[in-house]
Design a protein around this ligand. Structure first.
Ligand SMILES: CC(C)(COP(=O)(O)OP(=O)(O)OC[C@H]1O[C@@H](n2cnc3c(N)ncnc32)[C@H](O)[C@@H]1OP(=O)(O)O)[C@@H](O)C(=O)NCCC(=O)NCCS
Ligand SMILES: [Zn+2]
Length: 360
């Protein structure tokens, strides 16, 4: 009787553990992947602390905070991850006359990376891993269109006798004749609204590669969200953008030009300027200056950008953050934490060079 032996030629492949929280898909690429990703992620703002950057970057910078844009380099076509059928050839020694037939099994070279980086939301995830793909889909929709919002979510607005959800902007006009409204509430609100906020901040933090804001920071922060009518559902809205404004004590003034020698040479007593972002030439004076409000998070969903939403949110925050005391960004009363390249563009256009920088 003929017998067939099968020689197994493939090795086992480490499977990644996919996790079930939105904040933990494959971005940044998992160290458990069997091969490094073939591409650097696409342009995506990232936020690191000033101390993190100072410990890893050019020591000539005193420190350099930032949510930083990552490289936009595209992968060479050849480096595209693919599940390739890579066995040299299928060998089969056909038996004749009842001789033993030896087969060599085809194997898949799955050592090729299967991480994908979405060009729309910048997230890296494992193609083919259902959990990862599902997490990516949800995140991508939120980043592009914004999370949904129902007015019923605001019913949870009373804390004892105090109404903590305030509409600070009604019929706010945007470019293109669109309109929206801005509401504000404490960042440590809790309850249903708190759960919604947690999801929103997870999405924002994942997009910015920023850490969670600690409870101590949330206790001293207010959230401002920009709501626009839902495109199809009546009585529902979308969160098109958000700002987290935080009570701070000091921040550093931005120096308009590069850390020029004249800054140091003209006054040798003065501490050297701090390079915050060598790519964008963002520098500041290290002297801590009293500053009442910091912007720790700023995010607008990608399909609603360049309509003026960030400006409107920042206006709302600066005028209402401290009751009865509107703040003037052009006079250094507002600071951004580790701004991304896009954040710096907004800082400059909104604060006309007066917005400061602080470490959260
Ligand atoms: C940065 C961000 C919040 C801006 O939101 P936005 O609603 O598009 O900003 P606005 O429409 O209010 O822009 C106001 C002005 O800022 C400047 N600006 C905003 N985004 C810019 C960009 N990508 N490139 C250059 N300038 C930009 C422009 O001067 C703009 O005015 P204009 O559109 O008339 O030219 C948004 O692009 C975003 O969420 N990016 C990803 C997250 C991020 O980097 N956040 C910043 C953290 S510090
Ligand atoms: Zn995506």
């Amino acid at each position: 009787m003929n017998t067939t032996k099968v020689h197994r030629t493939y090795g086992s492949h480490n499977r990644r553990n996919t996790k079930s929280t939105l904040a933990s898909p494959s971005s940044p690429p998992s160290a458990l992947a069997s091969s490094p990703p073939p591409t650097p992620p696409p342009a995506r703002p990232t936020k690191r602390t000033i101390s993190q950057i100072s410990s890893t970057e050019n020591s000539s910078h005193l420190f350099s905070p930032r949510k930083r844009l990552k490289s936009t380099a595209k992968s060479p076509a050849t480096a595209k991850p693919k599940l390739s059928k890579a066995l040299s050839k299928a060998k089969a020694t056909t038996s004749k006359g009842g001789q033993q037939k030896t087969l060599t099994q085809l194997h898949f070279n799955i050592d090729q990376p299967i991480l994908r980086t979405c060009s729309l939301c910048g997230l890296s995830y494992t193609k083919g891993a259902p959990d990862d793909e599902a997490l990516h889909r949800v995140h991508c929709t939120r980043v592009r269109q914004g999370m949904e919002w129902g007015r019923e979510e605001e019913k949870d607005r009373m804390r004892g006798t105090e109404n903590v959800v305030v509409e600070v902007g009604t019929d706010v006009r945007l470019k293109g004749k669109r309109k929206g409204r801005i509401i504000s509430f404490p960042a440590d609100i809790g309850g249903k609204l708190g759960a919604k906020l947690t999801t929103l901040l997870q999405t924002v933090n994942l997009s910015l590669s920023a850490p969670d804001l600690p409870p101590s920071a949330l206790q001293h922060s207010k959230v401002y969200i920009f709501l626009i009518p839902h495109e199809t559902k009546a009585h529902r809205e979308r969160i098109a953008g958000c700002v987290v404004a935080q009570r701070i004590s000091t921040a550093m003034a931005v120096i308009p030009s590069s850390p020029s020698t004249d800054v140091q040479d003209s006054n040798p007593e003065r501490p050297p300027a701090v390079i915050l972002d060598a790519e964008t030439n963002l520098c500041c004076s290290p002297e801590p200056l009293p500053t009442p409000m910091g912007i720790s998070r700023l995010f607008v969903s990608s399909s609603h950008r360049r309509l003026g939403i960030a400006h409107s949110l920042l206006d709302a925050a600066s005028t209402t953050f401290i009751h009865g005391c509107p703040l003037d960004p052009t006079k250094g009363q507002v600071a951004f934490s580790q701004p991304t390249g896009m954040g710096q563009a907004v800082m400059n256009s909104w604060g006309k060079g007066g917005v400061r920088v602080y470490e959260e």
